[in-house]
Design a binder for this molecule. Structure first.
Ligand code: FMN
Length: 493
């Protein structure tokens, strides 16, 4: 494969991430084709590499047909002699799937006698290297394989642990390739982070360097983001993300499935666009790339970094928001945190009432009944927290409006049910984003933004959602204040 100047360019504002997808000789190779196909469909650039044995299981035509690129197989192929270096540099992420026992053991031994092992020697671990082993259970248990997997892990290889079950050889046990959908999830999760990080870093560079910004503009494609980086608009955002945990005792909690990924993606977009962003996040939430966050929690309007404030429980989140909104002079709150509607009131173990002790551990009896009490709706109090009546507030509510964005999640709701769900959200919320968990996967995040009960935007990805919210909030602030902010300067609208 010849790398064009386009693929070598360091500035790729909207290109999808590049995956070097390596296959070794396992009967599970056909399952890997499904993963390859889904990655290509999702828009990632995928280059396959196959061992000679892998090609006994799936044909070159299949892999080339799926990716639109010839498969790389040979270190000494004419015209492709430097693939073992170039392709490793080209990739944003490398995955070996399926990883045969033979290839795992050879990588761990540091051999370089075929393309995949030579590429492994050329890998510097600045970028992710994942392997998805697939083999007979005895091969997987073999001390050579165990030791090699341990060795690879110490070098920074991420092992996507195989599942257990019926194997092709008829045995039952561990060694079965992790389900393709799970592999896909793992890859997309890492690729999303890489893209976010890369785009935000490029956006920051463009915001600092006007010529780079022009280049970015010239290279704009339909899904290009960061309009504010180009306009220089700057606002103060507070984003909440992740789920609250309701403690039962000092070691057990009730929580929800929120990962915080959407809130982090929105926070990263806004920071990349030059806004000041505080991310109030669950301690378990997926966070934006480390380079974008401010570990020392100092807010800076111009650093492009995100100030992080963690929470675990409902009470903690509520108190953080009360304090932040009283003191932070925010322009907008984007409240995505999945907040529990209930807290534990008391517990009954084997008929005996127990007052919850956040430091203790209740004995597991035969029966446990958890009595819950309703929490208040944080969304409905955000405006109040930001008003001057909030004790100690230094906020001038009349001259400094707060835009509130709420989220409503449904699960497999009909169109009518969705509208009803949106209508139940706190009145006075400036924008309500509806999404339905049944429609979301790692690639797709369909959502509808409502204003005054009417749908005003629909989006299909987290990035589009972040971009649209940024634009709508800026427009609403201009509407309310008669002022717009361009290049960090206030202008009368
Ligand atoms: C039908 C068949 C299925 C195989 N399945 C696996 C497998 O799932 N995992 C594995 O490690 N080896 C498996 N092997 C053995 C490998 O293909 C063999 O060790 C080969 O040399 C691996 O080469 P490679 O690691 O260079 O791709 C299988 C062999 C055959 C004939």
């Amino acid at each position: 494969m010849t790398l064009s100047s386009e693929t070598e360019s360091p500035v790729r504002p909207t290109a999808r991430a590049r995956v070097l997808f390596q296959l070794s000789g396992s009967i599970a190779a056909y399952k890997a084709c499904h993963v390859v196909s889904r990655l290509v469909q999702a828009g990632y650039e995928v280059q396959t590499v196959a061992t000679a044995s892998a090609l006994e299981f799936v044909g070159e035509a299949t892999l080339e047909g799926l990716t639109g690129r010839p498969v790389a197989t040979d270190v000494f192929a004419r015209g492709r002699a430097m693939d073992h270096i170039h392709l490793v540099r080209w990739a944003d992420l490398v995955v070996l799937c399926p990883a045969s026992a033979n290839t795992i053991n050879r990588l761990a031994a540091g051999l370089g006698d075929d393309l995949i092992s030579t590429m492994f020697l050329a890998h510097d671990f600045d970028k992710p290297y994942l392997i998805a082993p697939a083999m007979n259970a005895t091969m997987y248990r073999h001390p050579a394989t165990r030791r090699s997997l341990g060795q690879l892990r110490t070098w920074g290889v991420e092992v996507l642990e195989p599942g257990s079950g019926q194997l092709a050889c008829g045995e039952v046990g561990a060694g079965r390739l992790l389900e393709p959908e799970r592999i896909l999830d793992a890859l997309v999760e890492r690729l999303d982070r890489l893209e976010l990080h890369r785009d935000a870093a490029e956006s920051l560079r463009a915001a600092e360097d006007p010529h780079a910004a022009e280049d970015l503009h010239a290279a704009e494609q339909p899904h290009a983001v960061w309009p504010a980086a180009r306009s220089g608009a700057r606002h103060r955002f507070l984003v909440t993300a992740g789920g609250t945990a309701v403690p039962i005792d000092g070691v057990r909690t009730i929580t929800n499935t929120s990962t915080g990924a959407t809130g982090s993606a929105i926070a990263a977009h806004l920071a990349g666009a030059g806004h000041s962003v505080t991310l109030v996040h669950a301690r378990t939430a997926l966070l934006p790339p480390r380079q974008l966050t401010d570990a020392d929690e100092i807010v800076s309007d111009t650093s492009g970094r995100i100030r992080l404030v963690p929470f675990t429980t409902f009470t903690e989140l509520d108190e953080v928001l009360r304090h932040e909104l009283a003191t932070g002079a925010y322009d907008a709150v984007i409240h995505l945190a999945a907040v529990s509607d209930f807290d534990v009131d008391h517990l009954v173990v084997d008929g005996k009432e127990i007052v919850p002790n956040p430091l203790g551990k209740i004995d597991s009896g035969e029966t446990l009944t958890i009595h819950l009490r309703k929490n208040h709706k944080i969304l409905s109090r955000l405006g109040q927290y930001a008003s001057p009546s909030n004790a100690g507030s230094n906020r001038l509510a009349t001259s400094h409006p707060l835009i509130v964005v709420g989220f409503k999640l449904t699960n497999g709701a009909t169109p009518a049910e969705r509208l009803q769900a949106v209508a139940r959200v706190t009145p006075g919320t400036d924008f309500i984003v509806h999404n339905d968990i049944a429609e979301m996967d790692s690639d797709c995040h369909p959502a509808t933004i409502f204003r005054n009960g009417h749908a005003c935007r629909t989006v299909t990805t987290k990035r589009e959602l972040a971009q649209q919210l940024e634009q709508l909030i800026a427009a609403r602030l201009t509407e309310l204040t008669g002022r717009s902010i361009v290049d960090g300067q206030e202008h009368r609208a």
